[in-house]
Design a protein around this ligand. Structure first.
Ligand code: FEO
Length: 395
């Protein structure tokens, strides 16, 4: 296999998952990768492992660089199974290796893989391990992505290995940001942030500020998914700061579902009302688009409009799912509006508004409802509803 070196003695030994399309519900149209890194100096350290369906490929990659008895340290930056589920087999092969994780990481390893992982040693922020001339320094990063998460920083090489943070679900034969299409890279980095890290915005800002205050120079950011940022690592750091600060533009996202196209027609009329006021609009019909695609567009939108037909006096189930998904990701600073159609008895708009209020979303009331099929007058009301939302978000 081709050796991929980040610097002298720092190798990528990860795997590319070209075919994954569903990452626990997040639609990964461009696949992903699970990145592990081997550091070779007087001693040898393995940073993270890979999803266990790819254990054999990881073993092969490591074997081309060293023998397992020469691995002195295994660092577990994060226990979620896409990064740790090859650990049991790797730990058996690397019999001499000491394993390090954060205190919460040690607990989680025992909970995942059993008491043999009671031998895991813990590190905290500022702790270092020398592997010869190279030094590994640890920075605890709870909630990025789990409470156990930590970053490993290679001091002399100035490489930050932050595991999930700054990742992208992007399968590629190339390993570096300057080798892939920049638009595709940022699109995937945005989607990854929106669907995984958005609810953690305040922690992200604090962690980035903490790392900056440590005064550690960063030449590369080598995350656990996607490509390594080496051309301009601050580009993704700044993007995270902007997203976490809740930067928005004059944009609205309409997410709807429809049974007999009434709600569909309403969505289009509302979109016209918004665009008539200069607002950029993106429309997503659930069951045509994944929720993860709609959430990505919501990241920098000022307004979100949800439309649903009434089914059994409630919102349509896809809208219920979407509201649950959005509630977990906690998009901040959006105005939420609601619309929908009904036949014999209403209920969709009322149930969506109730759920949104319980979630803590800022709701624009009243919503718009149409009985059966919208006529010209109804579509005018929808157009005006779009205009009202546009005026509201201009303020
Ligand atoms: Fe890529 Fe939180 O695991």
């Amino acid at each position: 296999m081709v050796k991929v070196a980040l610097k002298d003695g720092v190798y990528w030994v990860g795997v590319v998952d070209w075919n994954i399309r569903d990452f626990h519900g997040y639609v990964t149209n461009r696949g992903s990768s699970y990145n592990a890194y081997l550091i070779q100096d007087e001693q040898t350290a393995l940073i993270d492992t890979v999803k266990n369906t790819f254990s054999e490929e990881l073993i092969q990659k490591i074997s081309e660089l060293t023998t397992f008895d020469k691995i002195d340290y295994i660092i577990v930056n994060h226990v979620e199974m896409d990064h740790s589920s090859s650990l049991p087999i790797i730990a058996k092969l690397a019999k001499n290796a000491r394993i390090f994780a954060s205190p919460r990481g040690r607990e989680a390893l025992i909970d995942h893989y059993g008491r043999e992982f009671e031998r895991v040693e813990t590190v905290k922020t500022g702790d270092e391990i020398k592997v010869g001339k190279k030094t590994l320094r640890f920075v605890e990063a709870p909630m990025l992505h789990w409470p156990d998460s930590m970053f490993t920083y290679l001091v002399e090489d100035k490489i930050l290995m932050p595991n999930d943070a700054f990742g992208q679900h992007l399968a590629s034969s190339q390993r570096f940001d300057d080798q892939v299409d920049d638009h595709v890279l940022m699109e995937e980095a945005t989607m990854y942030y929106a669907n995984i890290l958005m609810p953690l915005a305040p922690l992200i800002i604090r962690k980035i500020q903490e790392v900056i205050q440590m005064g550690i120079p960063i030449e590369m950011i080598a995350p656990s998914h996607g490509v390594v940022w080496r051309k301009d690592p601050m580009k993704i750091v700044n993007a995270y700061m902007n997203w976490s600060a809740g930067e928005t533009k004059n944009k609205a996202v309409i997410v709807f579902d429809t049974m007999w196209h009434s709600t569909d027609k309403m969505a289009r009329a509302i979109a016209d009302g918004l665009t008539s006021q200069g607002v950029e609009v993106k429309i997503f019909k659930l069951r045509a688009y994944a929720m993860s695609e709609a959430i990505t567009e919501i990241l920098d939108a000022k307004a979100v409009l949800l439309g649903s037909p009434t089914l059994n006096n409630l919102m349509f189930p896809t809208l219920s799912s979407f509201l649950t998904y959005a509630a977990g990701l906690k998009p901040k600073g959006k105005l939420w509006g609601f619309f929908g159609s009904y036949g014999w008895g209403g209920g969709a708009v009322k149930s969506m508004i109730k759920t949104a209020k319980e979630t803590g979303f800022e709701v624009y009331e009243p919503g718009v409802e149409v009985k059966f099929v919208p006529d010209g007058e109804d579509l005018k009301k929808c157009f005006e509803f779009g205009q009202q939302i546009a005026q509201k978000i201009k303020v």
